[in-house]
Design a binder for this molecule. Sequence first.
Ligand SMILES: O=C(O)c1ccccc1NCC(=O)[C@H](O)[C@H](O)COP(=O)(O)O
Length: 599
Amino acid sequence: MITNKVKICGMKHPQNINSISLLNPDFIGVIFYPYSPRFIGISFPIEIFTTGKKVGVFVKNSIENILKKIQKYAIEFGQIHGDESIEFCEELYKNNVSIIKVIRVNEAFSVIQKYTNYSLYILFDTHCKEFGGSGRKFSWEKISEYAFDTKFLLSGGIGIKDVESIKNVFHTKFFGIDLNSKFEIEPGNKNRDELKRFYHKKKFMKFVDTKGFYGEFGGTFIPEMLWPNIKELENNYPKIIMEKKFQYTLQSLLKDFVGRPTPLFYCEELSKKYEAKIYLKREDLNHTGAHKINNTVGQALLAKKLGKKKIIAETGAGQHGVATATVCAILNMDCIVFMGDTDIQRQAINVDRMKMLGATIIPVKTGTLKDAVNEALRYWIDNPESYYLIGSVVGPHPYPHIVSFFQSIISEEIQQQLKEKEGCEYPDYLIASVGGGSNAAGAFYHFLDNLSVKLIAAEAAGLGLKTNKTASSTFHGSKGVLHGSLTLLMQDEYGQIIEPYSISAGLDYPGIGPMHSHLFYTNRAQFISITDDEAIQAGYELSFLQGIIPAIESAHSIAILPKLNLKNNEVVVLNLSGRGEKDMDSYINYMNLYHEHDR
Ligand SMILES: O=C(O)c1ccccc1NCC(=O)[C@H](O)[C@H](O)COP(=O)(O)O
């Protein structure tokens, strides 16, 4: 389990506190122990704390002093480090102090019992003569002996290298971690960049287990011949992605080449119509016209680091193919794109774009996206020196994890932008369309554990749920293995894949990624099916109301709006995953047919 709570302890300079507050720690600790090099001083302007619950750290202090400090600085928690008597704790408790009792681990855990009635949390720290801030770890195995109900934080020498082991602490009372000296430039002065990297890494390892399962979905179900390729990727990706240099190159490209951050646009007319506050996350404004490039930049850099020179990719709507060809062009890599011939016809302009960017297109006979994936996997078996750059949160582990992580920039930005615009980091509703599910995975990512955010996934119902022309994988799907992972897919009684259909080339995939299957099974996200008709109408509505022609994939999300019972002032964020130029023929043909039918 990876816990969400982080306490950052021991800053003593106002400027430093200010900049660390911007990372939104859950708790900020200041030290009132004069013998500590992190002692906050006698008169400190503590009103500068902007976020996080304030924790005062006290060692062998008197009750009177503790209460005075707590009152003066409006402190919310008293962390006590001495060998306090039970009467001492009781007195603080009676004075409404929320106690964090520190247990220096070399004591028998039975000693904790007497404190549990009066402490809100226990903080386990390494036993040392300084009482805290030693930078030394204790053996976390000992924690398995802890059997009381009070939640605990882990502390003592925790650094950036510990993220993996934190994730492997399985204890129901494990509540948070405390960071201190391992993130310092000098005592009392925290290194914001290092802390940022820690947060980043912690978020990265969230949700998926080490074998690539999201709950019961995911994993690696592949032919033996692919095993070495997958293992090479699995063994190297966390290390490479977390490297400072890799992150620097990735962030620079996202900013200067892709054009991030994309705007969060308030839609006045849509908001009036649906009586809510509706925002669009403008992924359509990315270079190449969709969210797909967030992932291709990341994976192509990863491939380069692995020493690969040739990229292979599949594409449905052509957006992933174009994004891959674009990145290969700028990074000077060979690019082969597999594409179903049905899609080649529907997305002719994207085919031309890929060719112009230098990619080789391999048509897959009588096929769409699923056939393109099959063919790409076959090619990869025969050409293991190449890198398979998957475009959605599908495929064997670690692909769903890698793709969702590279797309998580979407929700990271939404959080920051909502804070600026609404003063709150999260919306009431977050809506995104799901084919394989990469744009939705990115838009949901940082909100997954905030249960007050209602996650809505728009699936393609095609001509209707009751027809055989549909791509609603949750409605028609059952558990099975698709393209290397256990997930929900549309299959017949013999386990053969049912051909999906949607007017949107990007949504007619016969399954959804394992993360989405898990969100569906656990009811964390609601999946709503949208017909071609509804999507096209919604695409026209967004065009004339807001001046934005959406990709038909994204129009499925717009079509969700009338289906929600929105209340005034509820904040809705819709991920506008792509722009509609590539779909002009489909829009126009559909409307012509519609009007012919009317006549
Ligand atoms: O940090 C100090 O100097 C300190 C001194 C005396 C008592 C407590 C102190 N720190 C408060 C903490 O709870 C620390 O964050 C905890 O001991 C972990 O520190 P570290 O080992 O440096 O990560």
